[in-house]
Design a binder for this molecule. Structure first.
Ligand code: UDP
Length: 245
């Protein structure tokens, strides 16, 4: 049974990083394909406008709060989520834990060459992790059958899908039943970071819930999209004040 917190209509799992990793372990021991998403405030806000995205998030098997904004909104609406579980850290920690168990990963997404670079770095840093396939994230609809066939033929246990949000969440949702993996995780720009092409925010920004500020400085063209973070928090306050919660 999932223990979730309702954050503006989306059930987010009431888990710590440790708890999320335990869930992944359980998923690996079972014979189903599980969808794991790691929404930040931008995606949670996008889901308020896009019912199909909300439906996808509601049908996840594990949904963790990637951004400090999601944890803050839960604090306003109550009960508060225990901590932020960043998607990048979840994947990185899974490499540490699963290396000894020879878990097989498939990396799908990013510009051509990125998944290969990420795979080389991951296998160097986490000996024991097997990357059994890679594929870039730029494709047409008629290539999808071949992509799914390659993923299934690879024997991967975990599929990391890095198509950016909300494309990756919708893609996983749509193809989940055809994919013979045990876990699909939407990982956003994580492969760019594993490939060493993009740097994560320094610890100070991460610890103080300011990763969004670092991102804004580095990628100012995201400004408009990032306005969804304050919008999301304001909406949480508005819902609370209206007495709905
Ligand atoms: N991407 C992709 N296919 C697409 C669009 C995007 O593979 O059709 C990749 C892109 O190369 C990048 C990632 O998806 O590696 C998106 O990263 P971004 O940081 O924009 O995603 P977010 O973390 O905001 O979801």
């Amino acid at each position: 049974m999932r223990n979730t917190v309702d954050v503006l209509g989306v059930p987010v799992d009431n888990v710590t990083m440790q708890g999320a990793l335990e869930k992944l372990k359980t998923f690996l021991s079972e014979n189903k394909n599980r969808a794991v998403y790691t929404p930040n405030a931008e995606i949670m806000m996008a889901a308020q406008r896009d019912p199909s995205l909300k439906h996808v998030l509601k049908n996840a098997d594990l949904l963790v709060a990637d951004g400090a904004g999601v944890v803050l909104a839960s604090k306003v609406l109550k009960p508060k989520l225990p901590e932020r579980v960043a998607g990048f850290d979840l994947v990185k920690n899974s490499f540490s834990i699963f290396a000894s168990q020879k878990v097989k990963y498939y990396l799908f997404g990013g510009k051509p060459g990125i998944a290969e670079e990420a795979a080389a770095n991951i296998m160097k840093d986490y000996p024991g992790i097997e990357i059994v396939g890679v594929r870039d994230g730029y494709f047409s609809k008629d290539q999808e059958n071949k992509i799914i066939h390659d993923i299934n033929a690879s024997g991967a246990d975990i599929l990391l899908v890095a198509l950016g949000a909300p494309k990756q969440e919708k893609w996983i949702h749509e193809h989940k039943d055809l994919l013979k993996v045990k876990v699909c995780i939407g990982v956003g720009g994580s492969l760019d970071v594993f490939a060493g092409r993009v740097k994560r925010a320094p610890r100070f920004f991460q610890k103080n819930g300011l990763e969004w500020l670092y991102r804004l400085i580095k990628e100012p063209w995201r400004f408009k999209r990032m306005l969804d973070l304050p919008r999301f928090i304001l909406l949480a306050y508005a819902v609370k004040l209206k007495g709905n919660r």
